[in-house]
Ligand binder design. Sequence first.
Ligand code: SF4
Length: 239
Amino acid sequence: MAKEQKSRQSARRSKKTAKHRRASSESAPALRERAGAVVAALAEARPARIELEFNNPLELAVATILSAQCTDKRVNEVTRDLFQKYRSAADYAAADPEVFQEEIRSTGFFRNKTRSIVSFAQALLDRHGGTVPDSMERLVELPGIGRKTANVILGSGFGRNEGIVVDTHVKRVSGRLGLSAEEDPEKIERDLMELVPRAEWSDFGLRMVQHGRYTCTARKPRCDGCPLEELCPSAYSFG
Ligand code: SF4
C-alpha cells in the first residue's frame, strides 16, 4: 500500500477514535441533534424506496413474508407470476399448499412461508372480510405478521408512520451510528422513534435499509464516501 494512502487511513482512524470517544459520552441533546443531522443527510443521499414490487397492501404483505432470508430481487421474480394467479385473500386461503410451496420454492423456507401466507389469508377472511387492516394493533394479531412486517405494510402500503422498520440492516447501521445500543429489534425501534420525527419514520426506515444494503454493509462498510461519515462514531473502524 502506498505510504500516502496508509497515512490517510491512519489519520482517518485517529479521527474516528476521537469521534467514538465523543459519541460514547454524548449527552442526550447532542445525540438528538446528531440524529437529526443523520436523518437529513440520509434524506439527501437516498430515496425512500422499497425494492419489493406490489400493487396493493395484500401483495405487499405476501411479498414481505416471502422476503424473509431472501433477496427482494428473487421475491420480485417469484411474485410476478404469483400475483397473476392469486388476486385476493380468498385465493391464497384456498391455495393447495403442495402447489403453493413449489410456486415459492426459490425464495427459501417455502414450507413455513406457505403456512404463514395461507394462515394469514384465512385470518384476513375470518376477521377482516379479506382486507388488510391498516393499524399496527390489528396487523400484529394476524399469523405471519410481526412488528417489522407490519411496519413495512403500514409505511409503504398505507403511507402511515406507526413505527420504524428494524431489519438486520437497520439494526447494524443503528448500532454503528450510535443511535441505539440495544440488540432487541423492538428496543432499537423504540430508541429510533425517540430520535426521529414521526413524519419521517417510514422513509427513515427505508433509507436505513438501503444504506445498510449498499454502503454500510456487514463485512466491508464503505466509509470512504459514506454520506454519514462525519456523523458516525464508527467510521473507519473496520478492517
Ligand atoms: S459506512 Fe462507515 S461511516 Fe457510514 S454509517 Fe457505516 S460505519 Fe458509519
